[in-house]
Each structure stands twice: as C-alpha cells, then as structure tokens.
Design a protein around this ligand. Structure first.
Ligand SMILES: [Ca+2]
Ligand SMILES: [Ca+2]
Ligand SMILES: [Ca+2]
Ligand SMILES: [Ca+2]
Length: 257
C-alpha cells in the first residue's frame, strides 16, 4: 500500500511538473459547434441564429451567426443582409439574387452575389477546422473555396451588426485581413480554414470573394471547431502550473484517501 501510494504520488508530481510544459496543452480539447440546429420557420433577411459548444477542458463557447451577401452595382460594392437558413447538411444563405433558392442557390455561393456568414463569438477564438458540404450551384462543378477574415471588436457579441446596405469598406474595416482557403477537390471537406491560427471574436466565412479559379463555389457550413486565443491559452497553462504547485505543497496527505 505504501509502495502504490508513493508511486501514485510520484506520478502526480510528475504530471504537475509537466504543467508548465507545452505537452500539457495537448490535453485542451477544441469546442466543436454543431451548426445543424434549428429550423427555417419565418426566416427573414437579417435573421440571427445562436449556437453553443462545450469542450470538456475549455467550457462553453457561444456564437451569433448571420447571413449576408456582397452586391456589385454601378455605384460600387455593397453589403446586403440575407436569410441564414439551416438544412440537414449545414447553414446556407439565401440572398436576393438567389430567387427561391433552387438549383442549390440556397447554399453559401458566389454565383452572382458573394454570400457570407458573420460569426460573433462571446470571446476571442482561433478557428481550427470547419466542415463544408459542397453543392453544384446552377449546374456548375462543385467547389468550396472560402474567403476567411478575422477581427477583434468591442461590440457585444449579441448585438446586431449595422451593415445592411453599407459600402464594402465598412465591412472591411471590421477585419484585420483576409485570405482565401482554396481547395481543388470537388467533394465535401473538413479542413482548417485558418492555417496561421489567427484569433478574433468576429469571423467572416464566405464563398470565395475572388473566385480565383473561376469555378463557382457553393457549400453549406456544418460545423466549426475553435480553441482559445493565445492570451487565454497562456493563462490556462499558468493555471495548470499553479494547480501543480499546490499539489507539491501538500505531499503528506494529498494521496492518502
Ligand atoms: Ca446563396
Ligand atoms: Ca447567389
Ligand atoms: Ca477550387
Ligand atoms: Ca472556386
């Protein structure tokens, strides 16, 4: 009994000592948002949907999602609110050029207007993966290139973004930068659309705004995974370290019971 107890103590102290090491970080499990929740009753332009995700190690994260499109006309490029829909394969956007949504125009597509989703998280996060289910829009080849942008805003996450009919410059001002996540496969795809692991509490995921490969993109967004931004991460690791220190201070009776 004495031997087992000592071995357990050594093991626990060993784990505590690892607390400050990066190896401990591997135990942090992303929060995974299932976006296939809700229905399409009485959906109107500008509707918002709310989702939450709980990680065993990170707690619960919340997000407010809305659907939009970019329209180019003779005066320039403008942001228009749209209907954010939910289907068995994920979130879709019906914008004003999508008619009744038939021929898979109810997806997040760049046939005509460039559809996108804005995600307002309740804290800063880093996206680590997203699941895109790909559709042929108006008979085009299936493709799911995405435009991704991230920003940091002081606006409360539950608050409506006043972007309807705004020039695209107002949208761009909310984000640090933009990049595209291009893909050559035609099928469905779960991938990391944030390879640089940038952090923000405001995210944009849209059908590739540049359509650089000239293949129409159309997809539904089924899931997202997030981890904390680096500052929180450091605090969590420090927290593990403190827990380890408290274990080490009580070697005599911590493991007796
Ligand atoms: Ca659409
Ligand atoms: Ca469209
Ligand atoms: Ca492509
Ligand atoms: Ca494309």
């Amino acid at each position: 009994m004495r031997i087992i107890s000592t071995a357990m103590a050594a093991s626990l102290v060993g784990m505590a000592a690892l607390g400050a090491a990066p190896a401990q970080a591997a135990t942090v499990i992303p929060a995974i948002f299932d976006l296939i929740v809700g229905n399409n009753n009485q959906v109107q332009d500008g509707n918002a949907r709310f989702f939450s995700a709980t990680s065993p190690t990170l707690g619960t994260y919340n997000v407010r999602a809305t659907g939009w499109s970019l329209e180019t006309n003779a005066l320039g490029m403008f942001v228009r609110d749209a209907k954010l829909m939910v289907y068995s394969s994920g979130l879709g956007v019906i914008s004003s050029d999508d008619g009744d949504g038939s021929q898979n125009r109810h997806s997040i597509d760049n046939n005509g207007r460039k559809d996108f989703v804005l995600l307002q998280f309740d804290r800063q996060v880093r996206l680590t993966s997203a699941t895109f289910n790909t559709f042929s829009v108006m008979g085009a080849t299936r493709d799911s290139d995405v435009t991704v942008r991230q920003g940091i805003t002081s606006l409360p996450w539950t608050q409506t973004l006043a972007l309807d009919n705004a020039p695209v410059t107002e949208l761009n001002a909310l984000f640090e930068s933009g990049w595209s996540s291009l893909i050559t496969t035609m099928g469905n795809s779960t991938r990391n659309p944030n390879p640089q692991l940038k952090a923000g509490n405001l995210w944009l995921i849209g059908a590739d705004f540049t359509n650089s490969d000239r293949r129409t993109d159309g997809f539904k967004l089924a899931a997202l995974s997030v981890i904390p931004e680096p500052g929180t991460w450091a605090m969590m690791i420090a927290g593990f370290g403190l827990a380890g220190a408290s274990l080490r201070r009580r070697p005599g009776h911590s493991y007796a019971s």
